[in-house]
Structures are given as structure tokens and as C-alpha cells.
Design a protein around this ligand. Structure first.
Ligand code: MN
Length: 156
């Protein structure tokens, strides 16, 4: 578990990575970067970052597939994922949200919008604590009832 305020940014474009890094580092965030979908997903599994910024057009594995893997995984699905992409065609926003992204920003990146969204979605210490507590309770209940309650908890 990462202790500091850390954001993982999965993006193949170095200009965007530099912009996001500079902008967020000034606001007290550490930025971890991945340059393709495969290594990005690997870092998500390994580091469980509190927040993910995700480009959609990525080498090796596109962002839609990446977010699909994240949201299909019980250990990862609570992590907020914000898509950042140049794609602005009609219906794209819905497509990204349907794929499991929690929110969506279009490129070119607007600095103020970026800061707003990161502050909005970054889990507060209280939230993280409550999530851990809720999960611990669900696990305990599951152990007592042979797994039935956990299935109910996850479906809500
Ligand atoms: Mn890209």
C-alpha cells in the first residue's frame, strides 16, 4: 500500500506525461508513470495506487481493456479511474463510462479541470479507512456464512 499521495498515469505521449506530472507535483502528488497498457496494468496490480489517470489510445493494450481488467478484479475495482483522451466522437464519453471509467476528460488537457478531478476523486484518508473497514467486515461475515454474504455485499 502506498502511503503518500500517489497517482498512476498511464499515457504514451511524453508531452502529456510532463504536463500532468508538473501540474500535480506542485499540488503535492507523486506521479508514477506507465507508457503502455500492459505495463500500466502490471503497476496497478503491484502498487494498487489510490487513483489512476488513463489514456485510452495506448500501445500493447488499450485503455478500455485496461479499465476492464481493473474493474473485474475485486481487489482493484474500488480504485477510481479517470480517462483522459483525445477521442471526442459522439458517444465516446458513454463508452468510457460503460467500460468502467469513473470519469472522463478530453484532451487537450485543461490544467484546472485536471486539478479539480484529481482532488474530487482522490480517496481521502477517511474514505480509505472506511473502505478497508467495510472490506474487513465483509470478509469476516463471509468467513462466518461460507461466502454467501460477501456475494451479496459485492452485488450492491
Ligand atoms: Mn495515447
Amino acid at each position: 500500500m502506498i502511503e503518500r499521495k500517489t497517482v498512476l498515469y498511464i499515457e504514451d505521449n511524453p508531452h502529456n506525461r510532463r504536463l500532468v506530472r508538473r501540474t500535480l507535483e506542485r499540488r503535492g502528488y507523486d506521479i508514477i508513470e506507465a507508457v503502455d497498457g500492459e505495463s500500466g496494468l502490471e503497476m496497478v496490480r503491484e502498487l494498487k495506487p489510490p487513483l489512476i489517470l488513463l489514456d485510452i489510445g495506448l500501445p500493447k493494450m488499450d485503455g478500455i481493456e485496461v479499465v476492464g481488467h481493473i474493474k473485474a478484479d475485486d481487489d482493484l475495482r474500488k480504485i477510481p479511474v479517470i480517462a483522459i483522451t483525445a477521442s471526442a466522437m459522439h458517444g465516446d464519453r458513454e463508452r468510457f463510462l460503460e467500460a468502467g471509467c469513473d470519469d472522463y476528460m478530453s484532451k487537450p488537457i485543461q490544467v484546472l479541470e485536471l486539478i479539480d478531478k484529481v482532488n474530487q476523486y482522490y480517496p481521502s484518508a477517511t474514505n480509505v479507512y472506511q473502505q478497508q473497514k467495510a472490506r474487513a467486515e465483509a470478509d469476516k461475515a463471509s468467513a462466518q456464512s461460507g461466502g454467501q454474504l460477501l456475494a451479496v455485499a459485492h452485488s450492491t
